[in-house]
Design a protein around this ligand. Sequence first.
Ligand SMILES: [Zn+2]
Ligand SMILES: [Zn+2]
Length: 254
Amino acid sequence: MRVKILGCSGGIGGDLRTTTMLIDDDILLDAGTGVGDLTLEQLVKIDHVFITHSHLDHVTSIPFLVDTVCWMRSQPIVIHTTRDTIRILKEHLFNWKIWPDFSQIPDGDNPFMVYEEVTVGETVKIGKREFTAVPANHVVPAVGYLIDSGNGSLLFSGDTSTNDALWEVANRTENPRYLIVETAFSNKEREIAIASKHLCPSMLAEELAKLTRQVEVYITHLKPGEVALTMNEIEKEAAFWHPMMLECGQVFEF
Ligand SMILES: [Zn+2]
Ligand SMILES: [Zn+2]
């Protein structure tokens, strides 16, 4: 399994892209602005999109993806996410006002896009690749994902604040290799982090203290303009884990 980071920033500007991962050549995990860097040939190959939550930085490219490639495909693109997020996407994005409802185009029996509901703790298998939604604690219904190739696994927190359930999953995972965890704000914005249900470095340290397994820790969703500050704070507060900054273009093979 090959996971390529197409976007991992908390914002845009220059070469920054919002949360997007490409898994092998047929699956996206979140569909932020990073999707736009794929070629048309690559876009056509996307069969599945797993979504953590409905915030725009994670779903903004689904409408453009479906609209761009639908005429070139014989199968619908499958959007995997929770029942709550499906409802929000239907009501607030694919509602004919912001964007057409591609789950009804060209018709409801044979649409360009379909939704598949995921439930926390249940594993979706695509070939040998396993995706399990894990709990997240955010201002809208949200999940993270545990991705397992059979040889190893990558745990992605999604957008989350303090989240004991995530560490319970991490601690009982059989073959953990990588942890990608958000830290959206620096310490001086701890109050904003709490209110918006994200993490800051001091909160990240409190969270990582609950982790009993040996994994490589990568930080995502850093706010543009505060990247160096936040990473410096993380290096001090969570030194034991040697967290590294997740980079656009980075590839994990496991
Ligand atoms: Zn969010
Ligand atoms: Zn986000």
